[in-house]
Design a protein around this ligand. Structure first.
Ligand SMILES: NC(=O)C1=CN([C@@H]2O[C@H](COP(=O)(O)OP(=O)(O)OC[C@H]3O[C@@H](n4cnc5c(N)ncnc54)[C@H](O)[C@@H]3O)[C@@H](O)[C@H]2O)C=CC1
Ligand SMILES: CC(C)CCC[C@@H](C)[C@H]1CC[C@H]2C3=C(CC[C@]12C)[C@@]1(C)CCC(=O)C[C@@H]1CC3
Length: 345
């Protein structure tokens, strides 16, 4: 068994700590007695015990001042996956991550925990119980995924036991929970516009959705098990709810919980994917003249119509991971946390 850090004597930093996952992580770290520095391009809240450093992670000097006396860094900053901005993803996820690694080494940080994504192995076709040894996607579905792959390789490749710099990557999938800025808000917006009537495909495709507190739990376990003699150094770990569910059942539970009708009519997957591709091409061609963003992008259609669930066996064996909140409880807490998104609100 790994020796636990003594949290009260530890200072850590959360890069991207103003975001959805980052803030949940900060709150749990405080609860566990850590003192926390948040580094983010924006400040979205204030909390006792948290020092905010506002800055861009591509700015090494700004990072260095946030990393003073810090021995453990969590890096969970990224542009929103929905964006189509290749340069932004490359700048933040690749160049920015190189800067984070460099700053950590210069500041004498001992441990770096990266929030990667299970989608680094996803190419838009079925993945059933995928393990961490699956190869990285050769044809990633978008720039977000492409740069998440490069980012993960950089962080895992920087692990150096001799130099006392240890790294690990957590690969969550489909994070949801209170304050999530994308999954539930996009779903509700689509329902309010009357576009959530259809099930893409036969509706049997199993997918992982992971309650945010389980993702936080996985990150903290990884940080506390990261020692020079541990098998986790330089490795990636899937962290999910370990309860794959049909994609459309999950969407329906959230929608019905918020007072909207569940989708009922089936549409063939290939047809919808083809249409989404066509619309996306149109939106790119017309970009100089009209700005329109299709709701059903090829990426979302692929995620909605294929199997993509992952094994967390490695996390169970090496980290002692076990989800702390079930899918049912997670959905209930999430639905309750969005009174303003309820039907008729
Ligand atoms: N939400 C999901 O379903 C999943 C998310 N992830 C990963 O989890 C991490 C956290 O995601 P979320 O909390 O959902 O996103 P989020 O958008 O809520 O948080 C990201 C944070 O990064 C910050 N940030 C962006 N660019 C920055 C820059 N140049 N310098 C400093 N800070 C910057 C943003 O201001 C934001 O606070 C990301 O790395 C994402 O790739 C992985 C799997 C699934
Ligand atoms: C309009 C509907 C067909 C879909 C609405 C829900 C979607 C917005 C979400 C369903 C699966 C989600 C997902 C992600 C973002 C939000 C969804 C597309 C990620 C791409 C977020 C970043 C990752 O690393 C992987 C996630 C996979 C699942």
């Amino acid at each position: 068994m790994a020796t636990r850090l003594r949290p009260s004597s530890k200072r850590c930093a959360v890069i991207g700590g103003s975001g959805f996952l980052g803030r949940h992580l900060v709150e749990k770290l405080l609860e566990r007695g850590y003192s926390v520095s948040v580094f983010d391009i924006r400040q979205s809240y204030e909390l006792p015990g948290v020092t905010f450093h506002q800055g861009d992670l591509c700015d090494k000097q700004a990072l260095l001042s946030a990393l003073q006396d810090v021995s453990l860094v969590f890096h969970c900053a990224s542009p929103a996956p929905g964006s189509d901005d290749r340069k932004l993803f490359e700048r933040v996820n690749v160049v920015g991550t190189q800067t984070v690694i460099q700053a950590c080494i210069e500041a004498g940080v001992q441990k770096l925990v990266l929030t990667s994504s299970a989608s680094v192995v996803y190419e838009g076709t079925d993945i059933k119980n995928g393990k961490e040894d699956l190869p990285y996607a050769k044809k990633p579905i978008d720039y977000y995924t492409q740069t998440k792959i490069e980012q993960e390789k950089l962080v895992l490749g920087a692990c150096n036991k001799q130099k006392g710099f240890l790294t690990v990557a957590i690969r969550p999938h489909g994070i949801f929970g209170p304050r999530d800025p994308q999954l539930v808000p996009i779903l509700v917006d689509t329902a309010r516009r009357g576009k959530m009537k259809f099930i893409i495909g036969n509706g049997a495709n199993l997918v992982d959705f992971t309650y945010v507190e389980n993702v936080v739990h996985g990150h903290i376990l990884a940080a506390e098990h990261l020692r020079p003699d541990s098998p986790i150094c330089g490795k990636a770990y899937h962290i999910t709810n370990d309860e794959p569910i049909p994609f459309w059942d999950f969407m329906s539970e959230v929608l019905v919980g918020l007072g909207y009708a569940a989708p009922r009519f089936h549409l063939p997957y290939r047809l919808v994917y083809g249409l989404a591709l066509l619309l996306w091409l149109l939106s790119v061609l017309l970009r100089p003249f009209v700005a329109f963003k299709p709701t059903f992008t090829p990426m979302r259609v692929a995620l909605a119509g294929t199997f993509h669930y992952y094994s967390c066996q490695r996390a169970k064996e090496h980290l002692g991971y076990k989800p702390v909140v079930s899918l049912k409880e997670g959905i209930a807490c999430t639905v309750q946390s969005y009174p303003h998104l309820k039907s008729g609100a």
